[in-house]
Design a binder for this molecule. Structure first.
Ligand code: ATP
Length: 369
C-alpha cells in the first residue's frame, strides 16, 4: 500500500488539453473518487497514474518515489475497466491467475491467491466456468478479483459498474466498498455518477475541464461547494439557482431577486460588504425549501415565499414540486406524498442557513462556512 501524489499534471492530445494542471494527494488506504462530466479528463488522469500515458508536465509520486516515467508493470498498480476485459478463452480460474503467471509466481502460491481473491468476490463456485457462462455482474467480479490478486499498491477503477443494471450496480457499490475496506488498498475510482461518488468515496475530487474543482468528503462537497460548478453537479434534483442584487443597509442584508426579497439579517454583513449593489447567484437545494405547513423546528432562519405550482413529480417516497415565483422556478423536495393542482397557490419556506451565494464573475462561493 502506498500514498499517491499528483503534482501539476498536464496532458495534451494535439490541441485538446485533457488534464490541465492537476494536484492531488491520495492517502495510504484511501478510497478517492474522481467525479466529473464526460470529457473532463478523469480517465486520462487515471491512465497517467497507471503509467499508460506519459504526462506533458508534472510528476506522479507513489510515496516518496517518482514513478512518472516508470512503465505500468513496474508500478504495482491494477486497473479495472468499464468493459471487463477478461479473456474469453480462459476459465475464470486462469483469468484471475493470469497476472500472477506473468510475474512467475510459484504455482501453489498462485492457487492460494486465486482462491483468496475468488472467496473475497464470492465467485469461488465459478472458477471452472468460461466468461460466456457468466452474467455481467459475475464477469465484473472476475475482473476485480484479477485486479486484487496481485495485491497491488494502488487499485485504479474506471467506471467499473456502468455496464451493470441499476439494481446490481447498487449492490456492487457496497460490495466493492466493503472489499476495499477489508484489503485497505489505496483506490482511485473514476465515475460521472454522483451517487456512486457520494456513497463510495472517502473523499471526492470533483473535476471539470481538466481541472480539479474541489476535493473533500462527500459531506463537504455537498454542504460546502466551493464554486457554482460543484454546487450544480452534485445533488439531485439539482440545486436551485437564481440571480439577486445585494442590498446592504445598517446591520441588514437583503437579496433582491426578480420575484421576491430575502432578508438575511446581519449575519453575513462582513462577507458581503463589498457586494453592496452587485448581482450574485443565489443557490439553495430543493431539500432546504419546505412547505409552509411542514417547516421543522430546526429551521430557525427562514423566508416565506409565495408562488404557484408549476409541475409535480410524485416519486412515492418524495414529492418534487416545481414552484413558479414569477420569472423563476424553484424546485422543492419534500418527503412523502403531497397532492397539488397545477396552478394552485403555494407558500414555501427557504432555510436561510442553507443559502449559498456565488460571485457572478468568478463563480466562487462567497460565504465562508
Ligand atoms: P468519459 O467520462 O467520457 O470517459 P473523461 O472525463 O474520462 O470522459 P477523458 O477520457 O480523460 O475524459 O478525456 C479528456 C479529453 O481528452 C476529451 O476531450 C477527450 O476527447 C480527449 N482525449 C482522451 N484521450 C484521447 C486520445 N487518446 N487522443 C485524443 N484525445 C483524447
Amino acid at each position: 500500500m502506498v500514498d499517491v501524489h499528483l503534482r501539476g499534471i498536464v496532458k495534451r492530445f494535439g490541441k485538446t488539453i485533457a488534464v490541465d494542471g492537476i494536484d492531488l494527494d491520495v492517502m495510504d488506504g484511501e478510497f478517492i473518487v474522481l467525479l466529473g462530466p464526460s470529457g473532463c479528463g478523469k480517465t486520462t488522469t487515471l491512465r497517467v497514474i497507471a503509467g499508460l500515458e506519459k504526462p506533458d508536465a508534472g510528476r506522479v509520486l507513489f510515496g516518496d518515489k517518482d514513478v512518472t516515467y516508470l512503465p505500468p508493470k513496474d508500478r504495482n498498480v491494477s486497473m479495472v475497466f468499464q468493459s471487463y476485459a477478461i479473456w474469453p478463452h480462459m476459465k475464470v480460474y486462469d483469468n484471475i491467475a493470469f497476472p500472477l503467471k506473468i510475474r512467475k509466481v510459484p504455482r501453489d502460491e498462485i492457487d492460494r491467491r486465486v482462491k483468496w481473491a475468488a472467496e473475497l468476490l464470492q465467485i469461488s463456485e465459478l472458477l471452472d466456468r468460461y466468461p460466456h457462462q457468466l452474467s455481467g455482474g459475475q464477469r465484473q467480479r472476475v475482473a476485480v478479483a484479477r485486479a486484487i490478486v496481485v495485491e497491488p499498491d494502488v487499485l485504479l477503477m474506471d467506471e467499473p459498474l456502468s455496464n451493470l443494471d441499476a439494481l446490481l450496480r447498487v449492490k456492487m457499490r457496497s460490495e466493492l466498498k466493503k472489499l476495499q475496506r477489508k484489503i485497505k488498498v489505496t483506490t482511485i475510482y473514476v465515475t460521472h455518477d454522483q451517487v456512486e461518488a457520494m456513497t463510495m468515496g472517502d473523499r471526492i475530487a470533483v473535476m471539470n475541464k481538466g481541472r480539479i474543482q474541489q476535493v473533500g468528503t462527500p459531506e463537504e462537497i455537498y454542504l460546502k461547494p466551493r464554486n457554482l460548478f460543484v454546487a450544480g453537479f452534485v445533488g439531485t434534483p439539482q440545486m436551485n439557482f437564481f440571480k439577486a442584487r445585494i442590498k446592504v443597509s445598517e446591520n441588514n442584508i437583503v437579496l433582491v431577486s426578480d420575484d421576491f426579497e430575502i432578508r438575511l439579517g446581519s449575519r453575513y454583513v462582513d462577507e458581503l460588504l463589498g457586494y453592496d449593489g452587485k448581482e450574485v447567484i443565489v443557490g439553495i437545494r430543493p431539500e432546504h425549501i419546505y412547505l409552509e405547513k411542514l417547516v421543522p423546528p430546526t429551521v430557525t432562519e427562514k423566508e416565506v415565499i409565495e408562488g404557484k405550482v408549476d409541475f409535480v413529480e410524485a416519486l412515492g417516497s418524495d414529492t418534487i414540486i416545481h414552484v413558479s415565483t414569477g420569472k423563476n422556478i424553484l424546485v422543492v423536495k419534500v418527503s412523502g406524498s403531497h397532492h397539488y393542482r397545477i396552478g394552485s397557490n403555494i407558500r414555501i419556506v427557504l432555510d436561510l442557513n442553507h443559502i449559498h451565494l456565488f460571485d457572478k464573475d468568478t463563480e466562487y462561493s462567497i460565504l465562508k462556512r
